[in-house]
Design a protein around this ligand. Structure first.
Ligand code: MCN
Ligand code: SMO
Length: 786
């Protein structure tokens, strides 16, 4: 790790490599997750799930003597279907009854719910509930979903497409006639589950004191979940409190309104007692929302040196049975179309996307959203263009990246790349991985007979999504703002409260660092409380790599307003003017002396009568909202480089070296940024080599345990060497950009390019992930046949 590159700045403000505040409780087992909550009289909830992928429900028989403890759709008629609207023209609405009504549309769709004193008893009640189904043909892949005469998931639609989009910059035909090089490729990415360390879970109960439904749910987006529950339960939003406990990872999975969440909350609202549901791994593997199943058909045109001229693409995404709330089923495909050109200059671009409804679980955002697939397809395309013109891919890549001199750059799909030096990041990665030495080593061959290869992958990561970005995506349920409150306490410490939540990504520390940057208080004296809708200002939530910029910006603005108030009081106490007051080392200095934050607080809270007229009577508490100076999001970027060894006898791949050169503007905490990059790479290695949620032709999930669904562990992960550059965004507070998803975007591109580099003498090329041993051997066999 590159610890020395950026020494901590003085103090604990922005840029300081301080230890995370939240880690003390987590490392000592003192965290409080949904599964840790105990309440008197609490019942456990279990769900009965459809065993078939597509069927009509004919009849239900509940176990005798337990009618009041088992619920089917008929018992919950007052629960509204999950219907997720969008303003995108042509988008088709799906209605997802939290308890299936007439039809089931995927294995795992909920058909009944039971509660009992223990989970085991609740599961027994589910098992004793019998359903008669009339099975219907299952749609499992995009081709059969789009085939004429296909069985329909949502009969009224007339086809199985949530949405089709097309983009055309014009000029493709002209280029196609004249371009020296034409490369045609098909790529496919496997379906994935998200596997946060803690699965989804919640406790819901009725608070008689405040006449309020309280939901302790493991979520990334508490304020949005409140709106979603209000909509589906028909309870006023003000009568719902979302008080999320600690969240053991979210990665996108926990930014949906889940049917289980609605149903458990409904039980608490209806029966006025506490209920709990904790997702188990099998539920997560077979019924929880999925991500990443993309198919690409790409034609790229270039000149004889590999200068990119035009890109013609089709993307189909297998998005499952229903639109999730609040993102719809179309986020993935629409993002894929918008992001495919990547960090490169493409003079012409045409793209059609299809969001295909299938009898699989719904699609949710997962770290990187569309971009891990997009980056994989684009980076393999670049290598294919380079192969076609007989040059090193790393050189072709460098010549086509948007150069620093062109920043800010509006790309072909109107993405506003605000700042950065993409070629420099590639050059650094090339140097760090030791590109020339690897080429020399390849000529010598490996002692153990394996083949080594090197691959690169460069991407942009849109971050800091605000109101206008979400509006342009057509998701009216997502407000896009962040706000924060800061208060100076009587003891001179500060409280920061924000509606965004902490999900493992470190905001408890980094938001304190932002406040410390302004006030110079040590972060131990800044308490950060997040997510509880009863005590925090309205928020959108922690996803889309927006937390640091948006909530950080709000904390910064609020702290600056608070600083003005403090300075006015300090000026009075020190008999000087406010502009003579400055903060340093947690104290307040004037021309002739200093006071402490505690003295200021005491003056306001305990002896307000001594304060002169004209002193602000608004108190020492400020709430502010924030948005960056551009409405288009801010773009971080990185280059990843991988060195792999492939065993052509077994097809196994080992990652020998891995380099990340990243730029997220000003790093608030470089240690956390490195953790983000490392964690993202771990998930990206899963995408590249291991993880796939496979289904048979009848829509039955085949990977229902962690023996079938392979997650990479420490032994599969490389030592990641990370280097940073800090190109400050000119458009955000402190020049900060987001970083939360980036690590997961690039690995598949870099690793599979490296595998293909290792196999290039044998004429084998992989175009599908995960690059399992079977797929490597199949590619080798195909090369031998050709
Ligand atoms: N940060 C920083 N300096 C910057 C940018 C970020 O120090 N210039 C730190 C901050 O602590 C910030 C974190 O890095 O919280 C991630 O930054 P940001 O990109 O703003 O992302 P969010 O805070 O909005 O977190 C969500 C993001 C997403 S979208 C996914 S998916 C993901 C990710 O964060 N899920 C995570 N990282 C995760 N990390 C953990 N441990 N658990 C998850 O569920
Ligand atoms: S997938 Mo991240 O929660 O946007």
């Amino acid at each position: 790790r590159d610890h020395e590159a950026h020494p901590a700045v003085s103090g604990e403000g922005i840029g300081a490599r301080v230890r995370r505040k939240e880690d003390a409780r987590h490392l000592m087992g003192r965290g409080r997750f949904a599964g840790d909550i105990r309440m008197p009289g609490m019942s456990d909830v279990a769900f009965l799930r459809s065993p078939v992928a597509h069927a009509r429900i004919l009849a239900v028989t509940k176990p005798q003597g337990h009618e009041g403890e088992v619920f089917t759709s008929a018992d919950c008629a007052d629960v509204a279907d999950i219907i997720t609207r969008s303003t995108i023209p042509g988008y088709k609405l799906s209605a997802h009854p939290p308890l299936a009504r007439d039809k089931v549309r995927f294995v795992g769709d909920i058909v009944a719910m039971a509660y009992a004193p223990t989970r085991a008893e609740a599961e027994d009640l589910c098992e004793a509930t019998l359903f008669d189904y009339e099975e219907l043909p299952a749609i499992v892949d995009c081709d059969s979903g789009r085939a004429p005469g296909a069985a329909l998931l949502h009969e009224a639609w007339g086809d199985n497409l949530f949405l089709e989009t097309s983009f055309d910059s014009g000029g493709i035909e002209e280029v196609a006639r004249t371009a020296a090089v034409k490369v045609e490729k098909r790529f496919r990415t496997g379906r994935q589950c998200m596997h946060p360390m803690e699965g989804k879970g919640l406790v819901a109960w009725w608070d008689f004191q405040n006449d309020t439904l309280v939901v302790n749910t493991s979520t990334q987006v508490p304020h949005m979940i409140r709106a979603g529950l209000a909509e589906t339960l028909g309870l006023p939003e003000a009568q719902i409190r979302i008080a999320p406990p600690d969240v053991g990872g979210g990665f996108g999975y926990k930014c949906l309104l889940q049917p289980e969440e609605i149903l458990v909350a409904w039980l608490a609202m209806t029966l006025k007692r506490p209920f709990r549901w904790i997702e188990d791994r099998r539920e997560h593997l077979t019924a929880g929302a999925n991500a990443r199943e993309h198919e690409y058909v790409i034609t790229a045109y270039a000149d004889a040196r590999g200068k990119l001229l035009a890109l013609d693409a089709e993307v189909a995404v297998n998005v499952g049975a229903y639109s999730v709330w609040p993102f719809t089923a179309c986020l993935e495909a629409a993002q894929a179309g918008g992001n495919l050109p990547g960090p490169y200059i493409w003079p012409h671009y045409r793209c059609k996307t299809y969001s295909v409804a299938t009898n699989k679980p719904p699609f949710a955002p997962y770290r990187g959203v569309a971009r891990p697939g997009v980056c994989f397809a684009m980076e393999l395309t670049i290598d294919a263009v380079a192969a076609a013109v007989g040059r090193e891919a790393v050189d072709v890549r460098a010549e086509n990246l948007v150069p620093a001199a062109a920043m800010p750059y509006l790309n072909i799909t109107k993405k506003f790349y605000d700042s950065g030096d993409y070629p420099a990041s590639l050059a650094t990665a090339r140097e760090m991985i030791g590109f020339e030495a690897i080429r020399a080593r390849q000529k010598m061959g490996e002692m153990d007979g394996r083949r080594i290869g090197v691959g690169f992958s460069t991407y942009t990561e849109q971050s800091a999504h605000g109101t206008k970005v979400f509006a342009s995506w057509g998701t009216p349920l997502v407000p896009g703002y962040e706000q924060a409150t800061i208060r100076l306490n009587p003891d001179g410490s500060a409280d920061v409260k924000a509606g965004i939540h902490t999900i493992g990504q470190g905001l408890e520390t980094t938001l304190a660092q932002v406040a410390s940057e302004i006030l110079t208080l040590p972060i131990a004296q800044i308490r950060v409380t997040l997510g509880d809708t009863a005590t925090t200002p309205f928020s959108t939530g922690a996803y889309a790599s927006r937390g640091m910029v948006m909530a950080g910006g709000a904390v910064s603005k609020a702290a600056q307003k608070l600083a003005e108030k403090v300075k006015a009081l300090a000026a009075h106490l020190m008999q000087c003017t406010a502009d003579q007051v400055r903060f340093e080392g947690g104290a307040i200095h004037g021309p002739t002396g200093s006071v402490t934050f505690a003295e200021i607080a005491r003056a306001w809270y305990r002896t307000p009568e001594v304060l002169p007229d004209g002193v602000d009577t608004g108190g020492l508490e400020v709430t502010e909202g924030y948005k960056p100076d551009v409405d288009t999001g801010l773009f971080s970027y990185a280059t990843h480089a991988a060195l792999v060894a492939v065993d052509v006898k077994t097809g196994a791949t080992e990652i020998l070296d891995y380099v990340v050169v990243e730029d997220c503007g000003r790093m608030v905490n470089p240690m956390i940024v490195e953790g983000q990059a490392y964690g993202g790479v771990a998930q990206g290695v899963g995408t590249a080599l291991f993880e796939e949620s496979t289904y048979d032709s009848e829509g039955q999930p085949l990977a229902s345990t962690l023996v079938d669904y392979l997650l990479p562990g420490p032994t599969e992960l490389p030592k990641v060497r990370i280097a940073h550059t800090e190109t400050l965004s000119p458009f955000s507070a402190h020049g900060i950009k987001g970083v939360g998803e980036g690590g997961a975007i690039a690995p598949a591109g870099a690793i599979v390019n490296a595998i293909n580099d290792a196999l290039k003498d044998l004429g084998a090329t992989l175009c599908e992930i995960p690059a399992t041993p079977e797929r490597v051997l199949a590619a080798l066999a195909e090369a031998r046949r050709a």
